[in-house]
Write a protein that binds this ligand. Structure first.
Ligand code: BG6
Length: 486
């Protein structure tokens, strides 16, 4: 993508982790591929004092460590000449006025502007309001857009209030609520896989699917984020956004087109079809030793793991359980979606006669790592007449697309925001629909029916209660990507 008009990317909260680990490496990679606008400025804003050069040096360290590819140091020199730093507290209106003057000086003419809010969430509203008051949102001299990081709100009420405030300043088409899972190549491929092929979609419903499982596990613990995490917990940190978005991609109806609002209309319909999850359909757990983390209350009841059994009450999915689980400090990092198909109605090949003994077909979408898609089916064991064995058809990204790492999600999302393509960003209604689901679970956890907060060993696959949740239905969790295909 090259555009003649200047584009300025303003990062609020620029001294934070995300800028150095994700945003600048992503923009640098886009630059190396010739995908940045022809004329651009990147301006970091935060309270810490940095000279422009000190800021660039700091970012170069991040790029060396985190960029998926380093094209060449000379390219960094050229790229980084467009990076600037402006110190100040964006909560103060004066700072925005001086920032605007600084931006105009660097832009030297009309320019598009992308305001990236990567600050503490409590600053989102004041910054947005200040942008409005400083007249930095009017689109007379190029477009004005904002990307808002997660967490977007703390519950339905605060998310609604935040949407209201944002809409006082920006119109919805200018707002890009980011969920980096949607920028992952493999997550984008879910819709492609479903709607660019004809062989699976006819089976993608309650007639053929027995259950769907979404597993997003991490081996890391909360690390230095204890303060934030202890107030959020796994439902707010992972389910409200990433897991529900994956669920929406897997279960939504085909959109009219791939245009942003057509896709987002279908996602919103799906989120609205989710049945409220009751406490007995949930498990909440905390890993051993969590309360010793800095920033965490010594008697904290915050779950670091949860499992939910969900239903989509619509024509396609009625009665099919969707089991979702996510947690930290687990055995392995894996994000995968499993579609388990129904078993054949009876067993024709050897004993026993009971069809329950036949292994079901399983389709595994490996979001990360070991990116790919695998289909498991039964086959005859050679030279014996009464035995079947499960085998797999495997698609691995590396086999077809080489060993180059897949582009980082932020690269795609930043470029999309500059292009004005909001398909992979969450619309205000869906943010609120997701919170409605999560609020209901959280309310259940405050009620007398709440499941106990159980603990699990670090490095395990989570508490036994999660196995019981699925086991009660005669099923078990499947791990198809995380421990295989390595
Ligand atoms: C973030 C959460 O949104 O996603 C983190 O706040 C989590 O707690 C991270 O570690 C996981 O992302 P990924 O891309 O590493 O799976």
């Amino acid at each position: 993508m090259t555009q003649a008009m200047n584009t300025t990317i303003v990062i609020f909260g620029a001294s934070g982790d995300l800028t150095e680990r994700k945003l600048i490496p992503a923009l640098y990679n886009a630059y190396c591929k010739g995908r940045m606008p022809e004329n651009f400025n990147i301006v970091g804003v935060s309270r810490s004092e940095f000279s422009h050069d000190a800021f660039r040096d700091h970012l170069w360290e991040g790029v060396q460590e985190h960029a998926s590819t380093i094209c060449d140091e000379a390219e960094w020199q050229k790229f980084s000449q467009n990076i600037w730093y402006h110190a100040g507290n964006a909560k103060e209106q004066d700072v925005l006025h001086t920032l605007d003057a600084f931006l105009k000086e660097k832009e030297n003419g009309t320019s598009n502007r992308l305001y990236y809010l990567s600050t503490a969430p409590s600053l989102y509203e004041p910054i947005v309001l200040n942008l409005g008051m400083a007249n930095m949102v009017s689109e007379d001299g190029g477009w004005r857009r904002t990307i808002i990081e997660k967490p977007f709100g703390y519950d339905l009420k605060s998310a609604h209030a935040l949407n209201d405030t944002i809409h006082r300043v920006f119109q919805e088409h200018q707002v890009y609520r980011i969920d980096h899972y949607l920028g992952k190549e493999t997550a984008q491929n879910i819709l492609l896989f479903r709607f660019a092929n004809t062989i699976f979609e006819p089976l993608w419903n309650q007639n053929y699917v027995d259950n769907v499982q979404i597993t997003v596990t991490e081996s890391v613990d909360v690390g230095h984020r204890g303060d934030y995490y202890d107030k959020s917990g796994v439902l707010r940190d992972m389910f409200q956004n990433h897991l529900l978005q994956l669920l929406a991609l897997v279960a939504m109806e085909p959109p009219v087109s791939m245009k942003a609002d057509d896709v987002r209309d279908e996602k919103e319909k799906l989120l609205r079809s989710l049945r409220p999850v009751e406490p007995h359909e949930t498990v909440r757990a905390q890993y051993e030793g969590y309360t010793e983390t800095e920033g965490v209350e010594p008697d904290s009841q915050t779950p670091t793991y949860a499992a939910l059994k969900m239903y989509v009450d619509n024509w396609r999915w009625f009665g099919v359980p969707f089991y979702l689980r996510s947690g930290k400090a687990l055995a392995n990092k894996t994000s995968e979606v499993i579609i388990q198909f129904k078993r054949p109605p009876c067993h024709l090949f050897g004993l026993p006669v009971d069809a329950q003994e036949i292994r079901p077909n399983v389709l595994a979408m490996c979001i990360q790592p070991n990116e790919g898609i695998h289909l498991r089916f039964e086959t005859k064991v050679p030279d014996v007449i009464d035995q079947t064995r499960s085998v797999e058809m495997d698609f691995k990204y590396t086999t077809y697309f080489g060993d180059e790492p897949l582009p980082d999600a932020y690269e795609r999302l930043l470029l999309d925001a500059m292009k004005g393509d909001a398909t992979l960003f969450t619309r205000s209604d869906s943010i609120e629909s997701s919170w409605r689901v999560i609020d209901h679970v959280l309310k259940g956890w405050q009620s007398p029916d709440a499941p106990p907060l159980v603990s699990y060993a670090r490095g395990s696959w989570g508490p036994v209660e999660a196995d019981i949740l699925v086991g009660k239905d005669g099923r078990r969790w499947r791990l198809e990507c995380g421990k295989k295909h390595g």
